[in-house]
Design a protein around this ligand. Structure first.
Ligand code: GRF
Length: 216
């Protein structure tokens, strides 16, 4: 069974990317980040990629704010195909991806979101949860579908909201969970243990095998 070839898309700090890189290096994830793509030229994520010896690619997004221009989205898809990725991991990628891209990588795109979905989708989920006053929020790894943070859930873990939490202290504790469950979810994919049926993602018992190039 080969190592899972992971392409990471990130717009900013890249701490989840780092968690994935570390997990690969430490053997907790039988995968390899083969390319990191960002819509932001000076994103820390690209520096982290270079520091780890991973191809770092800047795709100029074009004139829109929340999505890529069609040409840019094609360039992104081509880059991922060239690097023969098995799975596309969104890690703080701040643009919505469209049909052609989603079709090209159908069932192979995952995302991490800092709330217990379907609560608090969209931007600044930590602030949303803090302001709402929930007692528990958390982090979710899910497959990506055309909606915003709406795809089938792979893993979730709850985080308690404390009375003295600020948005930032809460975000910090959620981030620790993110850094743990994102590599875990990718390992389930690497091990070929996920089956998606409608909205439900089933986790098969350990011990199966993954055919190369067929992660799910
Ligand atoms: C994380 O909170 C992630 O859940 C969200 O964006 C943030 C990215 O942080 N999608 P980082 O760039 O991985 O540090």
């Amino acid at each position: 069974m080969g190592r899972l070839r992971i392409g990471v898309l990130a717009s900013g700090r890249g701490s989840n990317l780092q968690a994935i890189l570390d997990a690969c290096r430490e053997g907790r994830l039988t995968g390899e980040v083969v390319v990191v793509v960002s819509d932001v030229g000076d994103a820390e994520a690209l520096e982290r990629a270079r520091a780890a010896g991973v191809a770092a690619v800047h795709v100029r997004p074009g004139k829109y704010r929340t999505r890529l221009e069609p040409e840019a989205e094609k360039e992104l898809a081509n880059t991922l195909v060239e690097h023969e990725v098995d799975v596309v991991a969104l890690a703080g990628f701040m643009r919505i991806l469209h049909d052609d891209f989603l079709r090209a990588f159908e069932g192979r795109i995952v995302n991490i979101h800092p709330s217990l979905l379907p609560s608090f989708p969209g931007l600044d989920a930590q602030r949303q949860a803090h302001e709402y006053g929930v007692k528990r929020t958390g982090a979710t790894v899910h497959f990506v579908d055309p909606g915003i943070d709406t795809g089938p859930v792979i893993l979730q873990e709850a985080v308690e909201v404390r009375d003295d939490d600020t948005r930032n202290s809460l975000a910090e504790r959620i981030l620790e969970v993110e850094h743990r469950i994102y590599p875990e979810a990718l390992q389930l994919i690497a091990d070929g243990r996920l089956r998606v049926r409608g909205r439900r993602v089933y986790v098969l018992p350990a011990g199966g095998t993954r055919e190369d190039g067929e992660p799910f």
